[in-house]
Design a binder for this molecule. Structure first.
Ligand SMILES: Nc1ncnc2c1ncn2[C@@H]1O[C@H](COP(=O)(O)OP(=O)(O)OP(=O)(O)O)[C@@H](O)[C@H]1O
Ligand SMILES: [Mg+2]
Length: 106
């Protein structure tokens, strides 16, 4: 099951996403949490400290490429998780999204 939580600002998207992820993981489901917000705060909601997030490598633009059909990953999800995910409390796997450290071109 893939679940996307979207909506207007400040309505509780991150809070409910973190809670749902933790509850599902506690029930034994494999949960991969991905924060698509350019100012990611899902980690906090999942109980991961800012210091731990800081220690993760930032996602690089080389991980996606543009094709005729749109964008696609240049690595498998398993490869991406091996290098860019961490284990959060309750058994949730968090794909670490960090804001860009500096602006790029294009
Ligand atoms: N059910 C709730 N009752 C009361 N306050 C809540 C509830 N859910 C979230 N909040 C509070 O509302 C604020 C916004 O919540 P949250 O960050 O989850 O929203 P968001 O939709 O992800 O916001 P943003 O658009 O800024 O990413 C936070 O201060 C949060 O603690
Ligand atoms: Mg949010």
């Amino acid at each position: 099951m893939k679940l996307a939580v979207v909506g207007k600002g400040g309505v509780g998207k991150t809070s409910i996403s973190g809670t749902l992820a933790r509850l599902l993981a506690r029930r034994g489901h494999r949960v991969l949490a991905v924060d698509g917000d350019p100012n990611p705060t899902l980690a906090l909601s999942l109980g991961v400290s800012p210091a731990r997030m800081e220690s993760m490598p930032a996602l690089s633009s080389e991980l996606v490429e543009r094709t005729d059909e749109g964008y696609r990953l240049t690595r498998t999800l398993e490869e991406l998780c091996a290098s860019h995910s961490l284990q959060a409390p309750d058994g949730v796997t968090l794909l670490a999204m960090r804001p860009a450290q500096q602006a790029g071109t294009g």
